[in-house]
Design a protein around this ligand. Structure first.
Ligand SMILES: [Zn+2]
Ligand SMILES: [Zn+2]
Length: 280
């Protein structure tokens, strides 16, 4: 029995076309104890494009996450009723770019329907998602410098439940583009981020999507997971970042084994922003 999958998407996310019923059925098949639905809410495009006075920069540039928010909350509550028997369904969101508007983020987090918030950084201010960038033309190292400094702002703000996929840009820089970046210069910066997370009483996720991707490692990888543990981090969720039913629970067993090897005896899921622990 897998302990949990606390990072999944449905067709309310622009990059998924999976109905929630299929995702929940897959979760049940995998025997998950806890299952969080965490659709994308990107705060840099929360309102309509008219509000920002800009046009979509490519065909996947989606605005008006405000409407997604409402539909997602309603859908998740319904899923709790329909699939909550024997499996803990968690009403979550993946909040992208809270650094774009911390005031907006604060107000959204007042929503009482919400159990769980992953804070993610998918794109830098005035840039496209790391997924879209051309690492043959751009300076990957300089982008990483900015990534970690923006991430530190998010960690210091610290109102989320867990920090999502720490080192996300490496999926594309190293995994897909094969760019060579030097990571040792970020150790202190990552430690500062993790200290802020711990100080704020928050956690991080071990995002297992990298196991099934070209990158081949989770986000974060072992070194940063151990660093988090050494700094006193105890709140750790496991999430596959599945965007389709076939990926639900993907890499979770491997992630749990890695967490254990790094000194974690338990992982947790969040209900009403409170951690509930499961031994691993
Ligand atoms: Zn993400
Ligand atoms: Zn995600």
């Amino acid at each position: 029995m897998l302990p949990m999958d606390c990072h999944t998407h449905t067709d309310h996310s622009p990059d998924s076309d999976a109905p929630i019923a299929q995702m929940c059925a897959a979760a049940r098949e995998q025997g998950l104890q806890a299952f969080a639905i965490t659709d994308h809410i990107e705060l840099c495009r929360f309102f309509s494009k008219g509000f920002y006075g800009t046009e979509p920069r490519n065909e996947e540039d989606f605005f008006d996450y405000a409407s997604v928010w409402e539909r997602s909350m309603q859908q998740n509550l319904l899923a709790k009723e329909q699939f909550g028997d024997g499996m803990q369904i968690i009403c979550g969101i993946e909040m992208g770019e809270p650094n774009a508007d911390f005031g907006l983020a604060d107000s959204l987090l007042q929503d009482k329907r919400l159990d769980f918030v992953i804070a993610s950084l998918h794109e830098l201010p005035d840039m496209l998602d790391f997924y879209f960038l051309d690492y043959g033309k751009l300076d990957a190292q300089a982008l990483l410098d900015t990534y970690f400094s923006e991430l530190l702002k998010i960690c210091k703000w610290g109102k989320f439940d867990v920090l999502g996929h720490l080192t996300y840009p490496l999926r594309y820089m190293i995994g897909d583009a094969g760019a060579s970046v030097e990571l040792s210069r970020y150790t202190e910066m990552v430690a500062e981020c993790l200290r802020a997370v711990i100080r704020n009483g928050k956690g991080i996720e071990l995002n297992t999507s990298g196991f099934r991707q070209k990158y081949g490692m989770p986000f974060p990888h072992e070194e940063y997971l151990r660093l988090y543990r050494d700094l006193g981090g105890t709140l750790l969720t496991l999430g596959s970042d599945a965007h389709c039913p076939e990926h639900v629970g993907g890499g979770i067993a491997q992630g749990a084994a890695l967490a254990k090897a790094c000194g974690f005896d338990r992982v947790c899921y969040f209900l009403r922003h409170e951690p509930h622990f499961i031994e691993i």
